[in-house]
Write a protein that binds this ligand. Structure first.
Ligand code: URA
Length: 422
């Protein structure tokens, strides 16, 4: 086989053979297929697509590029959640300890943020002492003892995807349902959990702005997981408005701790509970009562153990930004839509996110929404706080936040959070 034959075949709309797929993914992982060849193939896949059979084989080849974890020794049902990413999406933080408190084990291999959606590891790293790196032996022990691990994926988990995702990022080939689905699902299947709940976001702050596209991605991922023997369910959830009040690393940790303490914003609590119920059902724990575990402190107790197990101090004060600016309402009225894309961009520019993979993030920076859709305001009321390490960062974000939080004469229609289950 030659790489150029595989590229030509897909370019011309042929169905790739299993042997071609295995060869090209393995060759790329080892460096025998060049970056420019994989770039051309990724573009051909983006334009021509994959049959379901090609997609299953491609996903299997990505998994086989590294090692698939064996979690059979954990001693309780394993279940994970994956979100396609949204603004203020801190749900993993309360969810993993909550599900662990209800009897499942949650092996959550997470990523760092790129662009306007934050990464779970960036958020947790704002906790003094907390470490994202967990060695393989400690990973299994922590899953057994605490019931949850949230850590960085090791080098051996889908190395083909690590290379390919970085390449797609710079070649205009991220936005392809088969490439996104195989990228996400290869990592999640290789992680070894018996069940998986996907939170596929729809709206201005999400990868998929249109519901039909999100549904197609969700179906494709559910089919891939099911075919690989993983019980897989997807919820399509709204991401036209940020989740909760806090967007930014330490700000989101603080809001998650409020949820674990039995308070917190209603939408964050509702989505945490909806995903917890799906995870517990998928794990076969049908009698678990996640609402009770939030109320009675069991989830909070797990959170504290989870943070400590990875070196963090759950009682340490979180970093706070030295500079805070306010965005105020200029008329009386009711807050209508709060545009997730605008808030995400503002938080990112304030320092909460990174433009390049190697950039640092500010733990303290971000946006704290003081008003949510449906809230009445008077002219001069604070709509949002901007937090930054350097006041020079306020200029752009102040305008974007003012534009994102619309104040009008009437309340917006209530928007459902969970749109569909697949
Ligand atoms: N997240 C991933 O891990 N891969 C993609 O292709 C897109 C989002």
């Amino acid at each position: 086989t030659a790489a150029v034959d595989v590229i030509r075949a897909k370019r011309d709309g042929a169905v790739l053979t299993d042997a071609q797929i295995d060869w090209v993914v393995d060759g790329y992982t080892r460096g025998a297929v060049a970056e420019e060849q994989m770039a051309a193939l990724a573009m051909a896949i983006l334009l021509r697509g994959f049959t379901p059979g090609e997609l299953r084989r491609w996903t299997a080849a990505m998994i086989a590029s590294g090692t698939r974890l064996d979690l059979s020794g954990v001693g309780r049902p394993t279940v994970d959640k994956h979100s396609t990413g949204g603004v203020g999406d801190k749900i993993t933080l309360p969810l993993a300890p909550l599900v662990a408190a209800c009897g499942a084990a949650v092996p959550q291999l997470s990523g760092r943020g790129l662009g306007h959606t934050g990464g779970t590891l960036d958020k947790l790293e704002s906790i003094p002492g907390w470490r994202a790196a967990v060695p393989a032996e400690a990973f299994l022990a922590q899953l057994r003892d605490v019931g949850a691990v949230v850590c960085a994926a090791g080098e051996r988990l889908c190395p083909a995807d690590r290379k390919l995702y970085a390449l797609r990022d710079v070649t205009g080939t991220v936005e392809s349902v088969p490439l996104i689905a195989s990228s996400i699902m290869s990592k999640k299947i290789a992680e070894g959990a018996g069940a998986l709940v996907l939170d596929v976001k729809v709206g201005s702050g999400a990868f998929m702005r249109e519901r039909a596209d999100a549904r197609a991605l969700a179906r494709t991922m559910v089919d891939l997981g099911t075919a690989a023997g993983v019980t897989t369910v997807a919820l399509l959830t709204d991401m036209s408005t940020p989740l909760g009040h806090a967007v930014g690393n330490a700000l989101e940790v603080a809001e998650s701790v409020e949820v674990l303490a039995g308070g917190g914003p209603a939408d964050v609590v509702a989505l945490t509970l909806a995903l917890a119920r799906e995870m517990l059902d998928a794990a076969g724990l049908l009698d678990a009562d996640p609402a009770a575990a939030l109320r009675d402190g069991r989830a909070m107790d797990r959170w504290r153990r989870l943070v400590r197990a990875q070196g963090g101090d759950p009682d340490a004060p979180l970093p706070r930004a030295p500079h805070v600016a306010h965005v105020r309402a200029d008329t009386d009225g009711v807050v209508g839509a709060v545009d997730a894309a605008g808030i995400g961009r503002a938080a990112w520019q304030l320092g909460a996110g990174r433009a390049r993979r190697e950039d640092p993030v500010s733990p303290a920076a971000g946006v704290l929404l003081r008003r949510r859709p449906g809230d009445r305001v008077r002219a001069g009321d604070v709509l949002a706080e901007l937090h930054a390490d350097d006041p020079a960062r306020f200029a752009g974000p102040a305008g974007w936040v003012a534009e994102a939080v619309r104040v009008g004469p009437t309340a917006p229609p209530p928007a459902p959070l969970v749109l569909e289950r697949i």
